[in-house]
Design a protein around this ligand. Sequence first.
Ligand SMILES: [Ca+2]
Ligand SMILES: [Ca+2]
Length: 213
Amino acid sequence: MGDDGAVGRRWHLVAPLLVVALPACGRTPVAWFEAFDAPRCGERAEDGFAQVVVGYEPTAGGGAWPLRDDVIDPEAALGPPDHQPTPPLGTVSIGDGGTLTIGFEPCVMATSGSPAADLVVYEAGFDERVVVELRPTPATRDQLGDRVGRDGYVRLSTAPDREGAIDVDAELGGAGLQFDAVRIRDVAGQGLETVNTPGADIDALEAMVVANE
Ligand SMILES: [Ca+2]
Ligand SMILES: [Ca+2]
């Protein structure tokens, strides 16, 4: 009880100093309050699904690329799964050996530190093998050291299971690792040969835990 009074007195001393100090820091009060207005990641169910396209390179592996106009929009992999068997399919075909990179901006995915899945890749149609690469935030990059490739991504040796789920921390260790983007790379030369939609057909990507960076 007595401590509360002390905190209150201290706050009265500090508050006028903040009013003077904030403009001096070069941040306007508006910017300061906007920081408090930032989205609180993980509050809404849709926060866990990829929100932005970082890259789409269906020809990255030099193999066949999609010929259908309606399966080459990488935004089809954003948001919750919405695949349906007739057009619009709601999926993007990533090409034989091709890549799709999507992110969670403004949120980041975080590992749970438990044996639960951390990431789910929603693939439609016939199962095709993919390799998953994660882009760590600066703090996590320092933590992972040599595991991070020259391109800034960590390549997982764990493949998604039959449900598309990956337990990321089972491979990388530690809870609270943070990643802001995921690259899905089709394994070239496998899977059913589908002339119009080569490579994995990605519907959505879900992080089970998202956080503010
Ligand atoms: Ca986990
Ligand atoms: Ca979709």
